[in-house]
Design a protein around this ligand. Structure first.
Ligand code: CP
Length: 299
């Protein structure tokens, strides 16, 4: 039997993704009504975090608990992975011990290797290529604030890294138009944008944001690239999202950021408190969308 993995948004059909987003809203309502829903009793998830996390870890751990299951947090340097046990061996062993595995890795190749050797479902909790769990929360947040994102205009400003790549895949899956503005040397991965007819790279942040219904950015120096921070601050000058730039967007535009944010770099000091910002709801929806994902994959 083939195993359902969630390594990128293209692993699921458009219908599956829409079902998860709708279910996330239902699970949020259940939770806010104080109604317990425990379909994953007896299920265990292993979470391997090669890189730091607040939202992804807490949302998965809390989500598994609320659904009646259990989550185990594993750091490579505290497991045999850190002593050189091969990824494939670890995947085979964990497959006989737990029901699902989530990994946050620097190099996407490692999550692909793990998934190829795993006989239980694998979730990408972020890699250098993609951050699909974040997109579930973003799409849920847009839907609850503005309704369907289909045929809406989205602008991504900043680094063409894992969040930008994920928005490119999302533009196809959720059928919205995506304008991307990055410095020329930090464009998104060519194999991700090539052939995608809903996403286009534009020359300036102003052009990307013009008329947009949603404006998104991410940090300029993602995890693993902190040592490039001073050069990147120079390279990304002019790509900050601030209230003046947002004024070019649609009057009802929303602003999202996956967090953590670097105020004074990719956003102005005050932007998270701008009335157009929905970053706190976006972060809170990590819980509900990841619960919906777990239910979909294990239910
Ligand atoms: N946005 C996000 O993935 O946050 P964490 O790095 O805190 O998990």
């Amino acid at each position: 039997m083939s195993v359902k993995n969630f390594l990128s948004l293209t692993d699921f059909s458009r219908g599956d993704l829409e079902q998860i987003i709708e279910r996330a809203a239902e699970l949020k309502r259940l939770h806010e009504s104080g109604i317990q829903h425990r379909p994953l009793e007896g299920k265990t998830m292993a979470m391997i975090f090669e890189l730091k996390s607040t939202r992804t870890r807490v949302a998965f751990e809390t989500g598994m608990h609320q659904l009646g299951g259990h989550a185990i947090f594993l750091r490579p340097d505290e497991t045999q992975l850190g002593r050189g046990e091969p990824i494939e061996d670890t995947a085979r062993v964990l497959s006989s011990l737990v029901d699902i595995v989530m990994l946050r890795v620097q190099d996407h190749v490692n999550i692909s290797r793990f998934a190829a050797a795993s006989s239980v479902p694998v979730i990408n909790g972020m890699s250098d290529r993609f951050h699909p769990c974040q997109l579930l929360a973003d799409m849920q947040t847009f839907a609850e604030k503005r309704g369907s994102i289909r045929d809406q205009s989205v602008a991504f400003i900043g680094d063409g890294y894992n969040m930008c790549n994920s928005y490119i895949l999302a533009s196809n899956q959720f059928e919205f138009d995506l304008a991307i503005s990055t410095p020329a040397e930090f464009r998104p991965d060519e194999d991700v944008i090539d052939g995608n007819n809903r996403a286009r790279w534009v020359a300036t942040p102003e052009e990307a944001v013009s008329g947009a219904n949603l404006v998104v950015t991410d940090v300029w120096s993602s995890m693993g690239r902190e040592n490039e921070r001073s050069e990147r601050r120079e390279a990304f000058r002019g790509f900050q999202v601030n209230s003046d730039l947002l004024d070019n967007a649609d009057a009802n535009a929303l602003f999202m950021h996956c967090l953590p944010a670097h105020r004074g770099e990719e956003i102005s000091d005050d932007l998270l408190d701008d009335p157009r910002s929905v970053v706190w709801e976006e972060a809170g929806n990590r819980l509900h969308s990841q619960k919906a994902l777990l239910e979909f994959m294990l239910g």
